[in-house]
Design a protein around this ligand. Structure first.
Ligand SMILES: Nc1ncnc2c1ncn2[C@@H]1O[C@H](COP(=O)(O)OP(=O)(O)OP(=O)(O)O)[C@@H](O)[C@H]1O
Length: 272
């Protein structure tokens, strides 16, 4: 369980990026975090693992108050939080397997991580995760030889290799085509369901968020203006968050893409 209590962030520039954010995310829940550009989505995600220091409020993961930790304790706590990034953040010249194993680096002693020595269990788990994200045959390829969708799957496997208690996902599909985006979102959601893992996904595409989240949190100018079920995200609510748009047409376009016959209805679902 993740809990945010009155979390605010004002940058040194005076930008009030987040104001009094309060919510809890129970185990296994996938939260889609939406809102216009500059609403504070990245700030909120980064406050949770303290890549950005909140100005006020408390953030608790399980029994640990993340906001109260010193640097060393924070390093240890970050092992419990898997991150998935828009630009994948892979080490391009390393193999797929080495990238996945790097998810364990926070766990192995410094000398072993320097020599990149991993236990047999870590390696077996990495193989199993690569199999589950559909990349078992690619384990020995260099990361820079992969497509965007494949890279993001490596990013997902690396985050899961950490055995995290929470996933923070920052615009995972922003660099991907619509079909690959849906596959990646399905993969993240299924992985969370199987592991009872909570996740917060910062996502620009409202329709994808609605399709693959258990809950939506809508931010506008640093304030939470919506927190509810994906079905409750009516055109009126969307207009509150984003301003006027032709939501009916946007939904129509998306429905066409979702029924794209080339997109298997359950692709990867069993494999994750
Ligand atoms: N390092 C920073 N220093 C000063 N202001 C910042 C910094 N990072 C973000 N901001 C400001 O905080 C506000 C929220 O930004 P943030 O990046 O969190 O929004 P966002 O919803 O993630 O936007 P986007 O969808 O465009 O990535 C904006 O006004 C932004 O200009």
């Amino acid at each position: 369980m993740l809990k945010l209590d009155k979390v605010s962030k004002t940058y040194k520039t005076g930008d009030k990026a987040l104001h009094n954010a309060c919510f809890e995310v129970p185990a296994g829940q996938v939260v889609g975090l939406i809102g216009p550009s500059g609403a504070g989505k990245s700030t909120l995600i980064r406050c949770i693992n303290r890549l950005v220091e909140p100005t006020q409020g408390s953030i608790t993961l399980g029994d640990t108050e993340l906001t109260g930790l010193n640097r060393r304790e924070l390093r240890r706590a970050r092992r419990r939080i898997g991150m998935i990034f828009q630009e994948y953040a892979l080490v391009e010249r390393l193999t797929v397997m080495e990238n996945v194993l790097s998810g364990r680096l926070g766990y192995v002693p410094a000398w072993r991580s320097y020599l990149r020595k991993f236990s047999a269990d870590d390696i077996a788990q990495a193989f199993s995760l690569l199999d589950r994200v559909g990349l078992a045959d690619h384990y020995n390829k260099r990361a820079d030889a992969l497509s965007g969708g494949q890279r993001q799957r490596v990013g997902i496997a690396r985050a899961l290799e950490q055995n995290p208690e929470l996933l923070l996902v920052d615009e995972p599909t922003a660099s991907l085509d619509p079909k690959t985006s849906r596959q990646i979102m399905r993969l993240i959601r299924t992985a969370c369901q199987e592991r009872n893992l909570p996740a917060i996904i910062n996502i620009h595409d409202v329709m994808l968020a609605q399709q693959f989240s258990d809950r939506i949190i809508g931010l506008k100018a640093g304030e939470i203006v919506f927190d509810g079920a994906p079905d409750a995200l009516t055109d009126e609510v969307l207009t509150t968050i984003y301003g006027d748009e032709d939501w009916t047409q946007l939904r129509g376009d998306n429905a066409e893409q979702s029924t794209d016959p080339e997109t298997p209805a359950v692709d990867l679902a069993e494999g994750v």
